[in-house]
Design a protein around this ligand. Structure first.
Ligand code: C2E
Ligand code: MG
Ligand code: MG
Ligand code: MG
Length: 277
């Protein structure tokens, strides 16, 4: 690998790290063509009401059916796409795909909202509002059926132009949720002024909820997060709910809705259909 950069730098790397780096570069370079050839696809995971178990919405989660490496999860390529900027067209493709799918479900009398992840890089993009509103119009989805998920780091650093972009989206009727809430740095004084509708409590806290452990640190943290959210008049979506015990505790704590393997794993649109009835 000495030839890779001509400076023999790679020779000092261990082979495993080297192989990982090669895989990263290979994936990174393959992404634009993969987008063009429609190798990406979207899975959907139900978000259900904790009070009655009804389907409220679905989260759209992108995957890559790589012709050589098989199915790749977003953790393998979203970071790379952010580095190269491909996240911008890829993110818009996911958004349009998810909105079209939601519109198919809207023909039934249940109309779940669709929740789409936005990368920090997309929020910083000057064309964001125009691109999102073009998709909404083209697809004909009611803006209130669309939720955009941003992480704390993507949203907290948002000032000036990007912040006004979020405000314009909210004025259009789009909902904003803060993803993985509790794992990043949130400035509470700042949070009160953000155009946000919901907090998604990170699965890492939910994982620590167990019956008989009501006073565990995680239970107390989730209780505090729910109380904070409700003080700010925000909805709470608990992520990563895997057991009935966790769902029970979350209901008792007062979380509004939940998402996780207990209800359904992310899957193709057909998997959501039974939830519509
Ligand atoms: P996220 O937005 O926090 O999505 C939730 C992740 O938790 C998903 O992982 C989902 O499959 C997983 N999950 C759901 N229920 C459970 C559960 O009960 N237990 C456990 N252990 N995990 C559960 P996934 O699909 O691998 O996505 C990982 C991350 O990739 C997402 O985290 C999101 O940050 C990012 N991502 C996915 N799709 C997109 C996209 O279209 N655009 C952007 N920018 N990021 C995306
Ligand atoms: Mg998310
Ligand atoms: Mg999350
Ligand atoms: Mg995440």
């Amino acid at each position: 690998w000495a030839k890779v950069d001509g400076k023999n730098r790679w020779a000092s790397y261990d082979p495993e790290r080297n192989a990982r780096e090669i895989a990263r570069i290979t994936l990174s370079h393959a992404m634009p063509a993969a987008l063009e050839h429609e190798e990406f696809y979207v899975d959907y995971q139900p978000i259900v009401s904790l009070s009655d178990g009804a389907l409220l919405g679905v989260e759209a989660l992108v995957r890559w059916a790589h012709p050589e490496f098989g199915r790749l999860g977003p953790d393998r390529f979203i970071g790379l796409a952010e580095e190269t900027g491909l996240i911008v067209p890829l993110g818009l493709w996911v958004l349009e795909t998810a909105c079209r799918q939601a519109m198919k479900w809207h023909d039934a009398d249940r109309a779940p909202f669709v929740s789409v992840n936005l990368a920090a890089r997309q929020v910083a993009e000057p064309g964001l509002v125009a691109d999102v509103s073009a998709i909404i119009e083209r697809v004909g989805i009611p803006p209130s059926s669309l939720q955009l998920e941003l992480t704390e780091s993507a949203i907290m650093g948002t000032t000036g132009e990007p912040l006004s972009a979020l405000r314009r989206l909210v004025d259009m009727g789009v909902r904003i949720a803060i993803d993985d809430f509790g794992t990043g740095y949130s400035n509470l004084a700042y949070l009160r002024h953000l155009p946000v509708h919901a907090l998604k409590v990170a699965g890492s806290f939910v994982a620590g909820l167990r019956a008989g452990a009501a006073e565990s640190v995680d239970a107390r943290i989730v209780t505090a997060l729910v109380s904070l959210a409700h003080t700010l008049r925000l909805d709470v979506i608990a992520e990563g709910v895997e057991t009935g015990e966790q769902a029970e505790l979350l209901t008792r704590i007062g979380a509004d809705s939940a998402q996780g393997w207990l209800y359904a794993k992310p899957g193709p649109p057909e998997d959501v259909e039974p939830w519509l009835r």
